[in-house]
Design a protein around this ligand. Structure first.
Ligand SMILES: Cc1cc2nc3c(=O)[nH]c(=O)nc-3n(C[C@H](O)[C@H](O)[C@H](O)COP(=O)(O)OP(=O)(O)OC[C@H]3O[C@@H](n4cnc5c(N)ncnc54)[C@H](O)[C@@H]3O)c2cc1C
Length: 434
């Protein structure tokens, strides 16, 4: 099938970033937009919607508030429509449950007519004769193919879990990434031993949940990390000002080599564990130790997992304590790998190779206003895979709303949303010192 309309903007992927853009453009009659997602409905990291997990940013980083607090897709309006304003008022918390954020986004997605689910974008080509992109979309149920025309594209294809090679090729029921946790929770309950590898926020949340459930299910539980300690994420108010438009602008101006150097030094701002999660874990460990019986839980730092081998019903985990340079092994029936995510840049983007500027590490070059550096009159705006160009805040929910203000202003060639020079108290740039 062919859709003969020419859209001003076609969105690929409907995670929070493009959903925010769709919501901010909902009332705009000047542009025709359509957004596609392969999932049957909006679902935000479903394997990690563990009860008790919280959004790591205040609820004000919803889809619209930081751009337009009067927009009907605000979190407060969602609460109002669901008649939950009073419980939220008495809750007195900024960090809402992650499950609630997902429910809120589902509510917004249901209201947005330009968001189409169950549709996978399978290719993207440029048509020189009509100066537009041709987007091929497959319906995930019927397999029917439809082509669309778009003057501009916005990529919001998110990230994919990273599963190192040494953990691949085993039963997916037994050896899996944290992103699969809820899907495999029943399996965990039946296991005699479980090992969690890694010490980022996801690994910590999985470990906390397994620790909570251990009293009922009695498995032996182990947590192994290469890091020297279970490091806390830097969350102080002045530190988190680095997740501001001011810092993005400051970071952007550096040459790529310098950006890579800065980014590599910022691990603790996004890689560690939230203080409340560590506190919960410690409290649980303490409570479990009350009876005086030996606690069948191990926490091992400074230890790199080199690989795993099948051994009967178990997996032999090959470990290296790198500070002491000592090898040892540990057996476990289930192994959960918290090795993070990497940007999902679809293959069809690489097929536009000849129009796109790439850096010497194979990353696309991105303009300050989130357009790919293209040899075309049309634009491809990007949310995903821009940490190298725009820094550590690129995957932050609050900053994504600011990014959408910049994208909309560019798309409409006028200032729909005012952009200010300064948003936070501190200065990063010596030239702005006063
Ligand atoms: C477990 C977890 C918790 C997080 N918590 C927070 C937090 O509390 N605060 C914070 O600021 N950040 C958080 N982040 C980081 C970030 O906010 C999220 O990763 C966020 O989901 C990124 O949004 P997105 O729209 O880029 O991508 P995603 O949410 O990953 O969505 C991308 C979408 O694109 C679709 N897609 C991909 N390819 C195609 C295609 N070819 N055709 C159609 N659809 C396609 C996918 O189906 C998917 O729905 C978290 C990340 C993770 C992994």
């Amino acid at each position: 099938m062919v859709d003969h309309k020419v859209y001003d903007l076609v969105g690929v992927g409907i995670g929070p970033f493009n959903l925010s853009l769709a919501a901010l453009l909902d009332d705009c009659t000047e542009v025709k937009t359509v957004f596609f997602d392969q999932k049957p409905h909006f679902d935000w990291h479903p394997g990690m919607l563990i009860v008790g997990t919280r959004l790591q940013v205040p609820f004000m980083a919803d889809l619209v508030t930081l751009a337009d607090p009067t927009n009907k897709y605000s979190f407060l309006n969602y609460l109002s429509e669901k008649n939950r304003l009073y419980p939220f008022y008495f809750l007195q918390r900024l960090d809402i449950p992650r499950r609630e954020y997902n429910d809120y986004c589902q509510w917004a997605a249901d209201g947005l007519k330009n968001c189409r689910f169950g549709k996978k974008v399978s290719s993207l080509e440029y048509m020189q004769s009509e100066k537009c992109f041709v987007i091929t979309v497959q319906d995930m149920k019927t397999k029917e193919i439809t082509t669309y025309k778009g003057k501009n594209i916005v990529l919001g294809t998110g990230s994919t879990p990273v599963m190192p090679k040494s953990f691949q090729g085993f039963s997916e029921e037994d050896v899996f990434h944290t992103s699969q946790f809820l899907k495999r929770q029943k399996r965990c309950r039946k296991a005699k031993s479980i090992t969690v590898i890694g010490s980022g926020q996801s690994a910590a949340e999985v470990f906390r949940e397994l620790l909570k459930e251990r009293l009922d299910h009695q498995y032996q539980l182990t947590w192994i990390t290469r890091s020297p300690s279970f490091l806390s994420m830097e969350e102080s108010k002045l530190s988190v000002e680095q997740f501001s438009p001011d810092y993005v602008n400051y970071f952007y101006q550096f040459p790529q080599e310098k950006k890579d150097e800065i980014f590599a030094s910022q691990d603790l701002l996004y890689k560690g564990i939230s203080a409340h999660t560590t506190t919960d874990i410690y409290n649980l460990l303490y409570e479990h130790s009350v009876s005086g019986e030996e606690l069948d839980v191990s926490l091992q730092v400074l230890t790199e997992v080199k690989g795993i081998e099948e051994k009967g019903d178990n997996y032999k985990i090959l470990c290296h304590q790198w500070q002491q340079n000592k090898e040892f092994s540990h057996e476990s029936e289930v192994v959960i790998v918290g090795t993070g995510y990497r940007p999902n840049v679809p293959d069809f983007v690489k097929k536009l190779d000849s129009y796109i500027s790439w850096d010497d590490q194979g990353r696309y070059e991105v303009e300050a206003d989130y357009r790919l550096r293209l040899d075309l009159p049309n634009q491809i705006y990007v949310h995903s895979g821009i940490s190298h160009s725009h820094g550590l805040g690129s995957t932050n929910l609050g900053l994504a709303v600011h990014r959408n203000k910049v994208i909309i202003n560019h798309l409409l060639r006028k200032e729909i949303f005012p952009i200010y020079d300064k948003y936070v108290f501190q200065n990063f740039d010596a030239e702005k010192f006063n």
